[in-house]
Design a protein around this ligand. Structure first.
Ligand code: ADP
Ligand code: MG
Length: 307
């Protein structure tokens, strides 16, 4: 009888709970495309209505998939990064859509109606004063400080990857190039060759293909430059650099860019950008990574500038 009782207990322990639906598991058949939100080098982001009841009461979500199927493992990496991040200034992960046996995985995230700073700033220039711009800069630094504390390097910090929740809140998005640094390593050495956003990259990224947390700081400096120009196309970092080094083909451009940076050339102060803010850009653009300010330091500076 004791054995029977014991068996009963074991059964109880292993009882399967009533089927609960996993809120992070999105079914493809309920995902209705509304329109394209944007695309970058690898990804395509679409606005969808997730409407399991089929009565238009569902929620709006942003759905990221890959333009070419063979990049699937990159999106998987992005998903495994973003699902572990919880911060006000980092875009929220909602789940995945993985119906078709994993070949065509999609990342489901919260939808930010105003898009990226690159679309938002030029359009809303007249309503956004410099104080607001500095608030955006501060929030990006706070998100980046958190990311670093979780031992991640973003590697693609740029205005096109900062999403706007509303006029007073921005979030870091696009974790497609984010790498986790192992505890014993301070940097990540890039091995894959790809079409990289070179004008946002620090010298060590261009020369040695090494990425440190301090390399994100450099890219933040370029992002700050974009923000202070309201993402003006005429003054975009690629344009400004190309004006300086001259147009040329492929590898030549890289070589000239590196040469210019090594000689100490930096983007000039944008019109109407206060000296104090331009000083911050320069502290992000020290040639040696160890001489750059860090995100903690930047947070202090922006808090000071905002008081
Ligand atoms: P990629 O890896 O291809 O660069 P991103 O994640 O940067 O893809 O997304 C590309 C563009 O799509 C962004 O620049 C932005 O305009 C838009 N976008 C991305 N995520 C969202 C979102 N959650 N809400 C609204 N727009 C988004
Ligand atoms: Mg992007």
């Amino acid at each position: 009888r004791a054995i029977v009782r014991e068996l009963g207990r074991i059964k109880e322990q292993h009882a399967i709970p009533p089927q609960e639906t996993d809120p992070t598991d999105f079914k493809r058949r309920f995902l209705k495309k509304i329109r394209k939100l944007g695309e970058g080098n690898f990804g395509l982001v679409e606005l969808c209505l997730y409407d399991p009841k089929g009565d238009q009461t569902g929620e709006l979500v942003a759905v990221k998939s890959l333009k070419t199927e063979n990049e699937c493992s990159n999106l998987r990496k992005e998903i495994s990064t973003i699902r572990n991040l919880y911060h006000e200034n980092i875009v929220k992960y909602k789940g995945i859509c993985n119906d078709e046996g994993g070949a065509n995985i999609k990342l489901i995230m919260e939808y930010l109606p105003s898009g990226s700073l690159k679309e938002y700033l030029p359009r809303n220039k007249s309503n956004i004063d410099q104080k607001r711009l500095l608030h955006y800069a501060l929030q990006i630094c706070q998100g980046m400080e958190y990311l670093g504390s979780q031992n991640y390097i973003h590697r693609d910090l740029a205005a096109r990857n900062i999403l706007v929740e509303n006029e007073s809140l921005v979030k870091i998005g696009d974790f497609g190039l984010t790498k986790s640094i192992k505890d014993d390593k301070e940097y990540y050495k890039v091995t894959e060759e790809q079409d990289s956003p070179v004008y946002w990259y620090a010298p060590e990224c261009l020369i040695n293909r090494k990425f440190y947390k301090a390399s994100d700081v450099w890219s933040f400096g370029v992002t700050l430059y974009e923000i202070m120009t309201y993402c003006d196309r005429e003054n975009s970092p690629p344009r400004v650099f190309l004006k300086m080094i001259g147009r040329s083909q492929g590898q030549m451009t890289m070589a000239r860019l590196v040469e210019a940076l090594e000689k100490g050339w930096r983007m000039p102060r944008p019109d109407s950008c206060p000296e104090m803010v331009y000083t911050q850009m320069h502290s992000c653009w020290s040639h040696a990574p160890e001489n750059r300010v860090d995100f903690k330091g930047l947070i202090k500076e922006f808090e000071f500038l905002l008081t």
